[in-house]
Design a protein around this ligand. Structure first.
Ligand code: PLP
Length: 400
């Protein structure tokens, strides 16, 4: 599996429907029958593995999806969960539970993460005994200086939301190995493009709400890693997914299972359209940030991490003079049918939002300033629908 590309690995996952159908059936059962009561007892005690028990523990359709997304990420196993936030909170909680008796400790996180992740780490984790230090994830010396005896995890996004800084997963992994830490990477912005696990991450999380869904019609998440870790998430006595309960519905799992087959095609289409528009913006001397542009400070690093194959993803940012200018531009762009003013990303159509006032508003203003997140930053999740030249003309008409 490891030597194949994500698209080939996904291609090679095959499950049949009960009557030989080319797609598996959706198994909606909430609970499963045991022919022998003793097996139920042995399943609860952990002595017997692999039995379907109750759908919060495991479900055949969710498992099929898990196998396919694990193939994409090149991990041994994966678990679908209810949302990206469920993936992040359960993965982190489980690592602390597995690594320490108390489930408490310290995490070093990139200072530029999705606002919800920042709020979870900053506002909720300390009350659960998990302290956080936010750092510039490109500054390895600062990270190493922040490590304490309690540190168990380094956490980052492959591409930071919304500044699009690339994190050097190999270098972070080396640091983690040196200090016996786990590296958790949120790969929501770069599925099919980067495989963090192959670069040394221990656990990879996704908001499947974004590219993996591709239709902005559901909320879902996934946790990818080695088999013992994924099994520990559903342990009946200690599993963070089993006991907090944010499981994936089998109907959602079935949808996502099918959509993974065309994810690489969609990622390429997003990337092509985003690169075209970013280049046009750069030609006009606009302040555009896109990792596919040679002017991006970590363009080469991102290429080396895998972005030379499918492209660089669909998110670009444009720094406008101030928040008001960004709002005015976004309103015109929406009126011109360039895109929709909505949070989220990965939709077939372009979505736009002013990050400082929306998906990064959870990060205090002072912190945003420190990391260089300007008030006028407009984030675009570039869709692949439409004619690139027409979309550019619409953009330029509104910008001027
Ligand atoms: N991770 C990243 C990078 C995100 O952008 C988001 C949501 O915007 C999440 C995680 C949370 O995902 P969800 O909304 O599916 O819970």
């Amino acid at each position: 599996m490891k030597n194949f590309t994500p698209e080939q690995s996904i291609r090679d996952v095959q499950h049949f429907g009960e009557e030989g159908g080319v797609v598996p059936v959706i198994d909606v059962a909430a609970t499963s029958t045991f022919l022998n009561p003793a097996d139920m007892e042995r399943t609860f005690s952990g002595e017997l593995q692999g039995c379907y028990l109750y759908s919060r523990h495991s479900n055949p359709t969710v498992n099929f999806f898990g196998k396919k997304i694990a193939a994409m990420e090149g991990t041994e196993a994966a678990l679908g969960v209810a949302s990206g936030m469920a993936a992040i909170s359960c993965a982190v909680e489980q690592i602390f539970r597995n690594e320490t008796k108390s489930g408490r400790g310290h995490i070093i996180a990139s200072q530029t993460v999705y606002g919800g992740t920042y709020a979870l780490f900053h506002n909720i984790f300390p009350s659960r005994g998990i302290d956080v230090t936010f750092v510039d994830i490109r500054d390895l010396a600062a990270i190493e200086a922040s490590i304490t005896p309690e540190t168990k995890i380094i956490y980052s996004e492959t591409l930071s939301n919304p500044l699009l800084a690339v994190c050097d997963i190999k270098a972070l992994s080396a640091l983690c190995k040196k200090h016996n830490l786990k590296l958790v990477i949120d790969n929501t912005f770069a599925p099919m493009i980067v495989r963090p696990y192959e670069l040394g991450a221990d656990v990879v999380v996704h908001s499947c709400t974004k590219y993996i869904s591709g239709a902005s019609d559901m909320i879902a998440g996934a946790i990818c890693g080695d088999q013992p870790f994924i099994s520990s998430l559903i342990d009946v006595n200690h599993g963070s997914v089993m006991l907090n309960g944010p499981v994936m519905d089998p109907r959602i799992a079935h949808e996502l299972y099918l959509r993974l087959d065309h994810l690489s095609i969609r990622m390429k289409a997003h990337s092509d359209m985003a690169l075209f528009l970013a280049q046009k913006m750069e030609e006009k001397n606009l302040k555009v940030i896109y990792p596919g542009l040679k002017s991006h400070p970590q363009h080469e690093l991102y290429q080396m991490m895998g972005a030379n194959r499918i492209g660089h993803g669909g998110v670009l940012t444009l720094v406008c003079q101030d928040a008001e200018k960004a709002r005015i531009l976004a309103t015109k762009l929406q009126d011109e049918k360039f895109g929709l003013y909505a949070v989220s990303l990965g939709f077939s159509r372009t979505l736009m939002s002013c990050s400082a006032k929306s998906t990064s508003s959870e990060i205090p203003e002072e912190e945003r300033k420190k990391m260089g997140l300007e008030e006028g930053l407009l984030r675009f999740s570039i869709g692949y629908t439409g004619d690139p030249q027409v979309m550019w003309e619409r953009f330029w008409k509104c910008y001027n």
